[in-house]
Design a protein around this ligand. Structure first.
Ligand code: BES
Ligand code: ZN
Length: 616
């Protein structure tokens, strides 16, 4: 077998050639067919030459049927679908040389195609799988490289374009896309057509669509929450701080350029906590904790409106420029809303999950580097908290290094303003940081000993652990210590009151602390008797509690774990729990059996990854 190749010079995972010819705008005309579980129609692309001569445009595709390709005057164009390569799909090469030869500076082509029912970007839900049980639902998740299974496209964040769309759906349903929705709706017999416009150029991974029986409620001057009718009020309550968060983000990073910021709460099988689709964040219903304690996910997705959606990683090898910067901004927003001590508390939790993750992955794993090599690798598989937490702690370290927030924040804003609408790599950031501070003699002296190469290109934990204010974490650590010191023989000295003054995130942190220790089965059982963690619905608490039970090999809790990995689909929870069950030999067959029985109701990208985790 030959060594894997980089598919294109700028992106190891894309066949496209944006360095030669660029897509400037796309118009999608889609019909959403719930009976066949396919989306089909036409996409019109406006192409601009970058380097001469232009012979071909190459699109990424996966599992698509291409019916025809035409120029704007209706002439058929020659096209070829190449052989599939690994998980990357197939290149669609279209001869456009003749169109550019006639001297035009911009040309239009139209592709007529349809998706397959196995489209990895989409999940189709039957009516019974929704809360209302009366209407089907479909939603997309295109990041990292699933946009190519939804439409032929330049599926690399190297390239950005604007789009417009007309989406025809059954009359009872509403379509949303990662764009502004137009009030102008066309109804014909039992169908209706929703129209959309995304005026800001975006990478393909930010294309998104959801269609279902969804209703809305306005919760702020630029924010509407959308969900199945059952969850609208709970969503409005949970995300009431959105406008305040947007204001904090603007203070930190500059004007919000996208217009509206809406939130769509999806059915429980949505595989992420949140996805920063422009104009409408997609969110899991597991955020509806009832006490706004999980709203940091919204702060995170809001932050992506700058870090990621405006300043975009050039390819997913520099994913930390998206996620590390976003975690950093998310915690700054929380600091503005809840105080600096709260931010410090979140950083402590972040360091802990980084330690846990690197221990599991092993510290010589190349995927523990901040900047990775994705040649021949599916970016979905390398996904971990490393770009998030190693990335954000690097920025925290730099913040301290230059003298604190008052010095670093103006640089952060400058970085955003200078790079917005672009796609950049890590060197652009590094150079901008160094240049920004060179004129300041005192600071340029302070930053001289930053070990860039170890931070960016070396595996394992970061070279430096910054110190964090522990004042909100102390009670968690104290309670953990008391549990660890108790010999489980003397009468149980604990009571429900121990947690009375804890806010939800502190309970989460207490459990995270315990996960770093060896806690005996009898202690975990005593904890259930005293605190009744089984009755907690908060997903962060539930996740850590169930992990603790699995670690202690408490067999009677396994049905609760199986229930938790089925009633919601967040990969963040489902993957570690399945992995933990796989590692427990007596339970392994049950876990595998359960997965096989339930995989058809999972999103296909999640099922694929979990099947790998379970060595199926
Ligand atoms: N962009 C990510 C979601 C994502 C990552 C989708 C990788 C596909 C591949 C999103 O912004 C995210 O990070 N969500 C987190 C939120 C958290 C870090 C606050 C999640 O889903 O848990
Ligand atoms: Zn993110």
């Amino acid at each position: 077998m030959s060594a894997p190749k980089r598919l294109s010079p700028n992106d190891p995972n894309s066949f496209s050639n944006p360095e030669n010819v660029r897509v400037d705008h796309m118009h999608m005309k889609w019909n959403v067919d719930f009976a066949k579980k396919i989306i089909g129609g036409q996409v019109t692309y406006r192409l601009l030459p970058v380097t001469q001569p232009v012979q071909q445009i190459v699109f990424d595709t996966r599992q698509l049927t291409v019916n025809s390709v035409k120029s704007s005057d209706g002439k058929a164009l020659l096209f070829k679908l190449g052989d599939p390569v690994l998980n990357f799909g197939q290149p669609l090469s279209i001869d456009v040389g003749s169109l550019f030869n006639s001297g035009s500076s911009s040309v239009e082509i139209q592709v007529d195609y349809e998706t397959s029912p196995e489209c990895s970007a989409l999940q189709w839900l039957d009516a019974e799988q929704t809360a209302g049980k009366a209407h089907p639902y479909v939603f997309s998740q295109c990041e990292m490289i699933h946009a190519r299974s939804l439409l032929p496209c330049v599926d690399t964040p190297f390239s950005k374009c604007t789009y417009t769309a007309e989406v025809t759906v059954p009359k009872a349903l509403q379509a949303l896309m990662s764009a502004e929705v137009s009030k102008d709706i066309v109804e014909v017999s039992d169908k209706k057509t929703n129209k959309f416009e995304q005026k800001v150029p975006i990478p393909a991974y930010l294309i998104a669509i959801a269609v279902g029986h969804i209703k809305s409620k306005k919760i702020g001057p630029r924010t509407t929450v959308w969900s199945e009718p059952e969850f609208v009020d709970a969503s409005a309550y949970e995300f009431a701080e959105t406008e305040e968060m947007l204001n904090a983000a603007e203070q930190l990073m500059g004007k919000y350029v996208w217009g509206v910021y809406d939130i769509l709460v999806l059915p429980p099988s949505f595989p992420m906590g949140g996805m920063e689709n422009p104009n409408v964040t997609f969110a899991t219903p597991t955020l509806l904790a009832g006490d706004r304690s999980l709203a940091n996910v919204i702060a995170h997705e809001i932050s992506h409106s700058w870090t990621g959606n405006l300043v975009t990683n050039i390819n997913f090898e520099h994913f930390w420029l998206n996620e590390g910067f976003t975690v950093y901004a998310e915690r700054k927003i929380m600091s503005i809303l809840k105080g600096e001590k709260f931010r410090q508390f979140e950083c402590i939790g972040g360091w802990k999950s980084l330690t846990d993750c690197i221990n599991t992955m092993k510290s010589d794993n190349p995927m523990t580097k901040l900047v990775t090599d994705l040649t021949g690798l599916d970016p979905d598989e390398f996904f971990s908290v490393v770009p998030y937490e190693k990335g954000s702690v690097f920025l925290y370290y730099l913040e301290e290094k230059v003298g604190g927030p008052a010095v670093f924040e103006p640089f952060f804003k400058h970085y955003i303003q200078e790079n917005q609408f672009k796609s950049i790599d890590t060197d652009v950031f590094k150079k901008m940081f160094i240049d920004y501070f060179t004129n300041n003699l005192r600071i340029s002296e302070l930053i001289k000993d930053i070990d860039w190469d170890t931070w960016l290109y070396t595996t394992g934990m970061p070279p430096v652990k910054p110190s964090f204010d522990t004042s909100l974490a102390d009670v968690c650590i104290e309670l953990k210590n008391r549990w660890m010191e108790w010999d489980a023989v003397e009468p149980c000295p604990f009571s429900k009151g121990d947690l009375r003054k804890f806010f939800s995130q502190q309970i989460t942190e207490f459990l995270a602390e315990l996960l770093e220790e060896e806690v005996s089965l009898s202690k975990v059982q005593a904890m259930q008797t005293v605190y009744d963690f089984n009755s907690y619905k908060n997903c962060e608490i539930r996740f850590r509690w169930l992990r603790l039970c699995l670690k202690a090999k408490w067999e009677a809790q396994v049905p609760l774990v199986l229930q938790f990995v089925t009633e919601q689909g967040r990969m963040k929870y489902v993957r570690p729990l399945y992995r933990e069950m796989y590692n427990w030999e007596e339970i392994r067959p049950r876990a595998i059996d359960h997965f096989k029985k339930t995989r058809s109701s999972m999103m296909s990208m999640s099922a694929t990854i979990i099947a790998k985790d379970l060595h199926l």
